[in-house]
Design a protein around this ligand. Structure first.
Ligand code: GLU
Length: 310
C-alpha cells in the first residue's frame, strides 16, 4: 500500500530537509523530566497497512506520549460506552486553550471534545468505570502494548508523579466537572489515571504501529484483529482531524490534511486512511504546543506522498 512510493527514500529526504531546523521550538518545561529532553531529537516512523516500515532518526527512542494517549483512551471508552459517551463530552473544536475552565463553565461541565484536558479526563473516567486506578492504568498500558506488539511500553513514574504535583489546572477542571456530576470517580482516582496515561513512554515505531488500526477501519491490518468498530474508527479520525492539534487543528488540516494528535512531549500520531500510520517526534514545540519540527516533517511528507485526504 505504499503503492509505487519509495518510502525509505521519502523518509530519508524528509530527514534531510528538516535537518537545518533541528532544535527549533521550545521544549515543554512545566516538569523537569520533559524540560531535560534534548530539543535536537527527531524521529519519524511510517507503517503501511500491508506492513511496510520506513523510519529515520530517533524513531527508536522512547518519549512521553502525553496527549496522544487521549486517542487510545477514546477508543477504549467508545467501545465501553458507545454513544452514551457523547452525553458527557462533545465533538466540536474548542477554539480555546486546551486547559480552559471558562468554556467548561459556560457549557455546564460538558467539555467540548475528548482531546481538550477536561474532555480527556471525562474519557479516562469512563475507562476507569468504577474500578481502582491501577486496574485502569494497567488496561490502558496493556492496550498500547498489544496494539504496538511491544511489552516494554510502560509508565514513566517520575513524569506521572510530577504531573500530579503540578497539575493544579487539571484538578480544577476535574472538581468542576464533578460539581456538574460529569465525573463519576473521585477526582484523585480519575486524575491519577489520567496522569499515568499521559506519562506512558513510547517510540515513533511503536506509536505508528499502535495507531495503524485507525487507518484500516478499526481492524489491525497486520493481525486481522478488530480493535474498534468501523464507525468508532471513523469518528476517532474525524475528531483527530478537527480537534487533534489544540488551537492549531485548522492549521494542521490546512498544511498536512490528515487526522493527527499531538502531545506536549513533542510526538504526533498521524493517520493516512486506507494506507498507513505515521509517528513523528521532535520535542521543540511551537507557540500552540505542537512539535515544530515534527509538523514540518509531516508537511514535507505529504508534499512528497500526496497523502493529504483533501
Ligand atoms: N499531561 C498534560 C496535561 O494534562 C498533557 C499535556 C498535553 O500533551 O497536552 O497538562
Amino acid at each position: 500500500m505504499g503503492g509505487s512510493l519509495n518510502l525509505d527514500e521519502i523518509v530519508a529526504d524528509v530527514a534531510r530537509e528538516i535537518q537545518p531546523h533541528r532544535g527549533e521550538g521550545l521544549v515543554a518545561d512545566y516538569i523537569p523530566p520533559l524540560a531535560r529532553v534534548d530539543p535536537r531529537r527527531f524521529g519519524m516512523a511510517i507503517i503501511t497497512c500491508d506492513g511496510q516500515v520506513a523510519e529515520t532518526g530517533d524513531s527508536w527512542m522512547p518519549f512521553s506520549i502525553q496527549s496522544i494517549s487521549k486517542v487510545f483512551t477514546l477508543a477504549l471508552a467508545l467501545e465501553k460506552l458507545g454513544d452514551e459517551l457523547w452525553t458527557r463530552v462533545g465533538r466540536e473544536p474548542s477554539g480555546s486553550r486546551f486547559n480552559s475552565i471558562v468554556q467548561l463553565e459556560a457549557e455546564r461541565g460538558v467539555p467540548r471534545n475528548p482531546f481538550i484536558n477536561a474532555g480527556a479526563i471525562v474519557v479516562t473516567d469512563a475507562v476507569l468505570a468504577g474500578r481502582r486506578p491501577d486496574e485502569a492504568i494497567g488496561e490502558i498500558r496493556d492496550f498500547l502494548r498489544k496494539l504496538a506488539a511491544n511489552d516494554t511500553i510502560d509508565v514513566d513514574k517520575e513524569v506521572a508523579t510530577q504531573e500530579a504535583a503540578t497539575g493544579f489546572r487539571n484538578f480544577s477542571l476535574a472538581y468542576f466537572m464533578r460539581g456538574f456530576e460529569n465525573l463519576k470517580a473521585p477526582v484523585e482516582d480519575a486524575l491519577v489515571t489520567y496522569f499515568n496515561q499521559c506519562a506512558l513512554r513510547i517510540t515513533c515505531q511503536q506509536l505508528a504501529r499502535a495507531g495503524l488500526f485507525l487507518a484500516n477501519g478499526g481492524v489491525d491490518p497486520i493481525t486481522g484483529e478488530r480493535i474498534v468498530s468501523t464507525e468508532h474508527a471513523r469518528r476517532i479520525n474525524a475528531i483527530m482531524l478537527t480537534c487533534g492539534h489544540y488551537d492549531a487543528s485548522g492549521e494542521f488540516a490546512f498544511e498536512v490534511g490528515l487526522p493527527g494528535k499531538s502531545g506536549v512531549g513533542g510526538g504526533i500520531l498521524t493517520i493516512v486512511p486506507g494506507r498507513a500510520a505515521v509517528a513523528v517526534w521532535s520535542p521543540g514545540l511551537n507557540a500552540v504546543g505542537n512539535s515544530q519540527v515534527g509538523t514540518l516533517a509531516l508537511e514535507k511528507l505529504v508534499q512528497r506522498t500526496g497523502w493529504s485526504i483533501f
